[in-house]
Design a protein around this ligand. Structure first.
Ligand code: NAD
Length: 450
């Protein structure tokens, strides 16, 4: 099929590469000319495992352009994957979706492609898109909701091996066209790309076919549920610290119950990234607009917000004051294996530390260059090598669990600090090893102060 993917960010680019790998003829369109130029030269503008290797492989079937006129005519499916950032009142700012719809509508032809929205958009957006296209073209086009569930850091893996594919449409033809697009994924009938092996036991992917509005709500409900799982275990972790329990054991003890499940129950600094904050805020705004107060979602957001402050509180308790102290932060990206800094806890913590009079040092194995570009106000804090954040520091906080940090020469690092305190914000370091190396180790939700 000829497929146009509008927006070549984390979602659009990953989707375009995967669809080209599956044999489709794919056109990626973006308004960002620099991004398109880099992509056309085979340079991915984002960091995602497997992307750099796969891009040249699919190049013959994958085209990048800034011109809708190249991409839209003749397409059987048009996927909208532009950003939907938060607006002033928490409701998403849909200007990019609107611009994309206006632009694509001008180039639609008689082939009647299905326009599917991958971006996370409020309930009712699909219907609005359908009406707007009809207004511009003076004839009806089919519009579907096809929400995306990939995780940054494993975006390609998640795209090739999704837990489910959701298609929301009001006509059987729209469902059938998208089903045909995704058939190789649904049937898992493609050879796994090199370096992205198929998870064992995965033979087919369930399709959830529903109406437009339900599909739109599925995406918000999924993200809100994941967000509240994280906040739930973090609230239990806060209590565990007070009563002398180990929240990692509590998480295992409850997660083995099949009704609860073990995933997303890791005590830590809380969620970050471009989606959870934005989508939970959107759900609250959508609830308000429809007279439904989303109390659980509201509570999950409040807990998460406080997680970052808890780091400040812990450091203040340990160091008496933060004024004049030096604190190193390991990890800037909001999670490992990505260079995305949107709503990254490390940046919020760094700014709070500076506000409290502390000196900050920051390291990240991948996101440092982006941090320098997007957050020049922290220029003095950036360090090229992780061991530099330990130099004469009063505390080091592990914020992002990059595997590289587990391999640091911990035995040599405590003597380089003024006060050898390590706050393990993700519970990934070896407490016994660090203690033996001379550190005071503090985990999260574990009353194990070594
Ligand atoms: P992104 O910011 O990385 O990419 C969006 C791209 O759209 C940018 O390259 C931008 O230049 C381009 N764009 C904007 N307006 C355009 C237009 N009129 N025409 C063509 N291109 C245009 O965003 P993202 O992280 O890929 O997210 C896209 C959508 O997918 C959002 O709604 C997001 O909520 C949703 N989503 C994201 C993730 C994720 O992990 N990032 C996961 C699931 C769903």
């Amino acid at each position: 099929m000829k497929v146009a993917v509008i927006g070549t960010g984390y979602v659009g680019l990953t989707t375009a590469v995967a669809l080209a790998y599956l044999g489709h003829e794919v056109w990626g369109v973006d308004v960002d000319a620099t991004k398109i130029r880099d992509l056309a030269r085979g340079h991915p503008p984002i960091h995602e495992p497997g992307l750099e290797a796969l891009l040249p492989l699919v190049q013959p079937r994958l085209h990048f352009t800034t011109a809708y006129a190249d991409a839209i005519p003749g397409a059987e499916v048009i996927l909208i994957a532009v950003g939907t950032p938060p607006g002033a009142d928490g409701a998403p700012d849909l200007r990019y979706v609107r611009q994309a719809v206006e632009a694509l509508a001008l180039h639609l032809d008689g082939a009647h492609p299905v326009v599917a929205i991958k971006s996370t958009v409020p309930m009712g957006t699909g219907r609005w898109v359908r009406a707007r296209i009809q207004e511009i073209r003076a004839e009806a086009y089919e519009v579907a909701s096809n929400p995306e569930f990939l995780r940054q850091g494993s975006a390609l893996h998640d795209t090739f091996y999704p837990n489910r594919i959701v298609i929301g449409a009001d006509t059987p033809r729209a469902v059938a066209v998208l089903e045909a697009l995704y058939r190789p994924l649904l049937e898992q009938s493609f050879p796994p790309p090199k370096g992205l092996p198929r998870p064992s036991g995965l033979e087919a992917v369930p399709l959830v076919a529903t109406d437009l509005t339900s599909a739109e709500l599925i995406k918000y409900a999924a993200n809100a549920f994941l967000a509240l799982k994280i906040s739930f275990i973090n609230e239990i972790a806060a209590l565990a610290e007070q009563v002398g329990a180990d929240a990692t054991h509590v998480a295992r003890g409850i997660g083995l119950d099949a009704r609860i499940g073990p995933q997303f129950l890791r005590p830590g600094i809380g969620w970050g990234g471009s989606c959870f904050d934005k989508d939970t805020a959107a759900l609250l705004a959508l609830g308000r607009a429809h007279g439904t107060e989303m109390r659980i979602v509201q509570a999950a957001r409040a807990v998460n917000h406080h997680q970052r402050e808890r780091i400040i509180e812990k450091l203040t308790r340990e160091l008496t004051t933060l004024r004049g102290r030096t604190v190193g932060l390991l990890g800037i990206a909001f999670k490992p294996h990505t260079d995305d800094l949107r709503d990254a806890p490390a940046l919020a913590i760094a700014h709070r530390l500076i506000q409290c009079g502390a000196h900050v040092r920051l390291h990240d194995p991948v996101a440092l260059a982006r941090a320098r570009r997007e957050h020049p106000e922290l220029e003095r804090a950036y360090r090229e090598h992780p061991t530099e954040v330990f130099e004469e520091a009063d505390a080091v906080v592990l914020v992002t669990e990059w595997p590289q940090y587990l391999e640091l020469p911990w035995e040599t690092l405590a003597p380089r600090m003024r006060f050898p305190l390590v706050l393990d914000g993700r519970n990934v370091l070896d407490a016994a090893r660090l203690t033996a190396a001379g550190f005071r180790y503090l985990g999260t939700g574990r009353c194990i102060a070594h």
